[in-house]
Write a protein that binds this ligand. Structure first.
Ligand code: COS
Length: 384
């Protein structure tokens, strides 16, 4: 379907498509098997200016909107959601600075992320604070000209690979959601270390570690925005980044459909290519219908967000839920079309099926997204 992309948007798609076809697809099986961080590929993406897409022009970026980011991530997701996640997590890490940081803070950190000289990461989740984001225990206490941070973040994407970490910590427990604040922690700050890489079912090219703060001291000016606004900044950050996860889902579903359809054309059983059997055609048709419906929703949501940035919560969750549920279903059906071969790791759909699962879990489970959508509907219908 024609989504009437501008010339600049077609260029973003072309750039991301080329890197995906030439660099990511040939490397993905090995990166997955070795749990290897794709630094060389990310560097090439940086040279192609892809990291600059979501960063405003005055900070060395391309000044793209949500739709531009979605278009780039869709292509990367078609190749490998592990590589796409490493890329997306750097944008996630700088959203708090973009949303709430001072001009000085933006000037200090954003140009290096736009050029790809530095990667970023976002630290929210803890052992006892997953879906319940406000249950975090990490604390930040003022001491002279510094903040002293103590606690442990869990499952942080780009842990150990990023140089800039935006994290949320409790600054006043008595104030509930208004008692959390966000900070920038840099690689090499005293008292800050990352744990070993987690072993995961999928997205193995991305790095996932703990962030460990033991009397970690950072300067006062690393507070992002105002004291006590950390939880709200976290929520706005997730609203901004979830369409990117939806886009990874679109890409994964497209990749899985491409694999399944090409296989069905060349696989002969009962004397005919299996694509000529209605049973297989119906599976492929449903995959294609769901993918196109998801794409229409994700692009529509991204354009709505660009036009109405203050009204993004509901559409952001809607497109995350729908596109990632579609990605999971399409990946499972691609394995089904390919039968025993689909189950073997020499074919990419086996990895796609493993990678798809996390899309329904991270950046807010799809159950939490439905809660968010329900709450937004409740607000809307209370007003009318
Ligand atoms: N934008 C701006 N403000 C928001 C917001 C949003 N999207 N969502 C909530 N808020 C505000 C609320 O308005 C409220 O402010 P007031 O105190 O002024 O009323 C405050 O934040 C607390 O909101 P709420 O009471 O809804 O918070 P809950 O603790 O009930 O949690 C959910 C809400 C479940 C939505 C939140 O915890 C969440 O998103 N969890 C999932 C976390 C997640 O995605 N984790 C994945 C790991 S990060 S990669």
């Amino acid at each position: 379907m024609d989504y009437f992309l501008s010339e600049e948007q077609e260029m973003i798609v072309e750039t991301a498509r080329e890197i995906t076809d030439e660099r990511i697809i040939p490397a993905r099986a090995e990166l997955d098997e070795k749990h290897e961080f794709p630094r060389a590929i990310l560097n090439e993406m940086a040279q192609a200016d892809l990291f600059a897409v979501p960063i405003p022009e005055e900070y060395g970026g391309f000044g793209g909107g949500c739709i531009d980011n979605v278009l780039a991530l869709e292509q990367l997701g078609r190749g490998c959601v592990g590589v796409g996640t490493a890329f997306a997590a750097s944008a996630l890490g700088i959203y708090p600075i973009l949303i709430a940081g001072s001009d000085e803070m933006k000037s200090k950190y954003l140009p290096d992320v736009a050029s790809g000289a530095k990667f970023a990461a976002f630290g929210l989740t803890e052992a006892n604070a997953g879906s319940d984001a406000s249950g975090i225990r990490t604390t930040a206490v003022p001491d002279g000209d510094e903040w002293v941070i103590n606690g442990t973040k869990q499952w942080i994407t780009n842990g150990g690979e990023a140089q800039i970490y935006t994290i949320v910590a409790i600054t006043d427990r008595s104030r509930g959601a208004r008692g959390a604040s966000m900070f920038v922690v840099e690689e090499g700050d005293a008292g800050f270390t990352c744990g070993p890489k987690e072993k995961k079912m999928g997205i193995r090219a991305s790095s996932t570690t703990e962030l460990i703060f033991k009397d970690c001291r950072i300067p006062k000016d690393r507070l992002i925005g105002r004291l006590g606004t950390g939880f709200i900044t976290v929520m706005k950050t997730l609203d901004s980044s979830r369409p990117g996860i939806a886009a990874l889902g679109l890409g994964l579903a497209q990749g899985a459909l491409d694999e399944a359809a090409s296989y069905a054309k060349q696989r002969v059983q009962f004397g005919k290519p299996i694509i000529s059997f209605q049973a297989v055609q119906h599976l492929l048709a449903d995959m294609a219908i769901q993918l196109e419906a998801a794409r229409a929703l994700v692009y529509g949501a991204a354009r709505h967000i660009d036009a109405h940035p203050k009204d993004m919560t509901k559409v952001s969750s809607m497109c995350k839920v729908f596109a990632t549920d579609v990605a999971m279903k399409v990946a499972v059906d691609a394995v089904q079309v390919m039968g025993g071969y689909g189950f073997m790791s020499e074919y990419p759909v086996e990895k796609m099926m493993r990678d798809a699962k996390i899309l329904q879990i991270y950046e807010g489970t799809n159950q939490i997204q439905r809660n968010v959508i329900g709450q937004e509907l409740n607000k809307e219908y209370s007003r009318s």
